[in-house]
Design a protein around this ligand. Structure first.
Ligand code: GLC
Length: 714
């Protein structure tokens, strides 16, 4: 038995039944007043983990600053005064930043830059670990296609491959090679599984997902996180096809552990266990505890169901002590892996916050998507600019939802950033909100209008689904008024979700999607507006024309009759009353320069299935030339289409991409190695298959590319 297992058995054998259950009990930070009773629970070994926030929707409500002394004191009581001496695991939602706030995860996904994503989460872990945090509840890997869902901002959009790349990068950035290392923290892959498929985008709502769709769309990112070494998973609130995940042995044990190979522990979402009563599968708290623990749900977040009910369930034999012991073993293993017994206390060390802000600015720059540009951008620094809109002075919303520890006052706004960057006149219309001067004289005296618009951070995040994904009417009016002057109008949209574009994008001469891009996003936008940075972000999910077209996603199957229309094959037929092709498709984004693609090259277009299984790959390449006037980064995307298979396959599936800097007038040769793991799909029973036959390979600038070759698996 190796050392860690030996250590686990030594600890476990010394625990009382109540102390074992205590390791599965996570309680939130006590608010003023009941700290003493809380300390007594810690002293009695009844609390194994502390949620360092207050409330069921911690991302929506201001959280108090972290008191390192307070948490070290709780830890001291656990280590020195409790009978078992087992340290407490401190967890907090450090979703996309701590003191330095990075762009929301959906925006970071738009960077298509996993090195930068990993570096961002390394910075985040360094800041969080120096603030008593051992464990964060991120990355959120819920594939989602419905921008009405408030939590769309926390995830990685509509593609399983892109989500898988994000998952691995975030886990590695947070945990490093060894999560016990200084400045690293535990990651948590969440919410397992299917939360992003909540019907209507209505948070927490039911999800209807076949095993076929689950295996090919919703599981890959979790598999990637597990392969990258994630040690905790959070179960989802929702049900999948009639089974609440919280009490599902199928999802939490058969799939998550037995099929995907997860060996860490599962924590419930907040109060999710007691919610089984409302979901109609448990009659009372004891039933909830029995169902959840037997399903494979190890740690109970906040509702006290385990600490209150498990002792009697074990003593009565309704739940076996072996089941309890296995859950405790998984929690103890993680505490040992991160070195918690050796280093239980937070010892603050200095870190280079300026470097973190530089990284946050770099990430903001690479996340920003240039959606439209008639040539008006970049502006000369001496331009005479009319700056207007509610986001000229806005700071808080730039940081997005799930921002618990950033400093709004340390966040430059657009006025400050543009004043610092541009040398020309900036006519700002003063005030905040929409107090713009309807006479528009600020615009008549300018060369160009820069409208800073967007959605409030509080319209996004948990429990923040919206039925209207457009801009507010007064913002749309401002666009129309500005356009009526005949001046050039540049739009900068600070949104969390991809909003509906019809009637909005049409009216801009240039459109920058800056997302809720974090502490440095205004400076990043200013750099892009004047050409000090060249935009390179690409859409991580479809931007629809109208919300009524949702769900609309690129990796869709074709029907027997034209009803899909994503690819324009029957644009006029999909709805008789509207054009329902995407406004901006998956993978889309512009640069200031232009890239010209050569022909796809692939010497050996036929490989036998056996050779593929033995590791042989298709070597595919393409030349991409920068024929424009700026050095710029291009994200060369490779998609497949399995034309004939035993199950219906999507018209396009992203299987590889490379983001490369190509200087003007230079050509880059981009090569891909495509093998067995890229060309197959999962059957409903979870079996991965590659089938013989022709497969189309597309390479281009976004999912609509028609540049293709055909390879064959013999
Ligand atoms: C919330 C969220 C979850 C978060 C947890 C702790 O309800 O669903 O993502 O990590 O509770 O705040």
């Amino acid at each position: 038995m190796n050392d860690i297992n030996k250590r686990i058995e030594e600890i476990l054998s010394g625990l009382t039944l109540k102390e074992k259950i205590g390791q599965l009990n996570q309680q939130e930070t006590p608010v003023d007043g009941d700290a003493e009773s809380f300390k007594e629970q810690v002293r009695n070994g009844e609390i194994g983990s502390i949620l360092m926030s207050v409330g069921a929707t911690a991302g929506n409500d201001a959280q108090g600053a972290i008191s390192i002394d307070f948490y070290n004191e709780l830890q001291r009581i656990a280590v020195e005064e409790s009978r078992s001496g087992i340290p407490i695991l401190f967890g907090r939602d450090v979703i996309h930043g701590h003191r330095t706030v990075f762009p929301i995860p959906l925006a970071m996904t738009a960077s298509f830059n996993e090195e930068l994503i990993e570096r961002s989460y390394k910075d985040i872990a360094e800041e969080a670990s120096n603030d008593s945090i051992h464990w964060t509840f991120t990355p959120m890997l819920d594939l989602a296609r419905d921008p009405r869902w408030g939590r769309i901002i926390e995830g990685t959009g509509e593609d399983p491959y892109l989500g898988s790349k994000f998952a691995a990068a975030a886990v590695k950035g947070l945990q490093g090679e060894n999560p016990a290392d200084k400045n690293r923290i535990l990651a948590c892959a969440k919410h397992f599984v299917g939360y992003g498929a909540s019907e209507g985008g209505r948070d927490y709502h039911r999800a209807e997902i076949s095993d076929y769709s689950l295996n090919n769309y919703y599981l890959p990112a979790f598999k990637s996180a597990i392969d990258a070494g994630v040690k905790t998973v959070m179960s989802a609130f929702n049900d999948v096809s009639g089974q609440p995940v919280t009490s599902s042995k199928y999802y939490l044990t058969e799939i998550l552990r037995n099929r995907l190979g997860f060996d860490g522990f599962v924590v419930s979402d907040y109060d999710a266990i007691v919610q089984l009563i409302r979901q109609g599968v448990a009659e009372n708290d004891a039933d909830c505890a029995e169902l959840a623990l037997n399903a494979g749900l190890d740690m109970d977040m906040h509702d006290k169901i385990y600490i209150d009910k498990l002792e009697k369930l074990i003593e009565s034999g309704r739940v076996s002590e072996e089941t309890l012991d296995n859950a405790v073993r998984r929690v103890l293993r993680v505490k040992l892996i991160i070195g918690l017994f050796e280093n239980p206390y937070c010892k603050q060390e200095k870190y280079d916050i300026n470097k973190h802000r530089q990284d946050a600015k770099e990430m903001a720059c690479e996340s920003i998507v240039l959606l439209k540009n008639d040539g008006v951008l970049p502006l000369d620094k001496s331009a005479n600019i009319g700056l207007a809109g509610p986001f000229v002075y806005e700071k808080r919303s730039l940081l997005g939802s799930w921002m618990l520890d950033g400093k709004v006052e340390e966040t430059p706004n657009m006025y400050e950033a543009m004043k610092a960057k541009m040398s020309g006149t900036i006519h700002d219309v003063g005030g905040t909100g929409l107090s713009w001067d309807s006479s528009l004289k600020w615009l008549y005296n300018s060369d160009v209008a820069v409208l800073c618009l967007g959605e409030s951070w509080s319209s996004t995040g948990e429990h923040r689904a919206v039925s209207d994904i457009s801009l507010l009417p007064e913002q749309k009016l401002l666009i129309e008024k500005a356009k009526s002057t005949g001046k050039k109008v540049v739009g900068v949209l600070f949104c969390g979700r991809p909003i509906e574009m019809q009637g909005i994008a049409d009216n801009f001469d240039a459109l920058i999607y800056a997302w809720h891009g974090g502490s440095e996003v205004a400076n990043a936008v200013a750099d892009i507006i004047c050409g000090d940075a060249v935009p390179s972000g690409r859409m991580p999910m479809t931007a629809v024309r109208k919300a009524t077209h949702i769900p609309m996603y690129y990796n869709v199957t074709s029907s027997g009759r034209p009803v899909n229309c994503y690819y324009g094959e029957n644009a006029g037929e999909c709805y008789i009353d509207s054009l329902a092709t995407p406004y901006y498709p998956f993978g889309y984004g512009l640069s200031y320069t232009e890239f010209s693609y050569g022909d796809i090259k692939c010497e050996n277009k036929e490989i036998s299935l056996q050779d593929l299984k033995n590791g042989k790959k298709f070597s595919i390449s393409i030349d991409v030339k920068n024929i424009g006037g700026f050095n710029g980064k291009e994200t060369v995307q490779l998609y497949i289409h399995d034309k004939l298979a035993s199950m219906m396959r999507p018209i396009k599936e992203l299987k590889a991409y490379k983001k490369v800097l190509i200087n003007k007038n230079e050509t880059a040769n981009i090569d891909f190695e495509i093998g067995f793991e890229d060309l197959g799909f999962y059957m409903p029973n979870g079996e991965y298959v590659v089938e013989k036959g022709e497969i189309e390979i597309f390479i281009g600038e976004n999912c609509l590319t028609q540049r293709k070759i055909t390879i064959k698996v013999k």
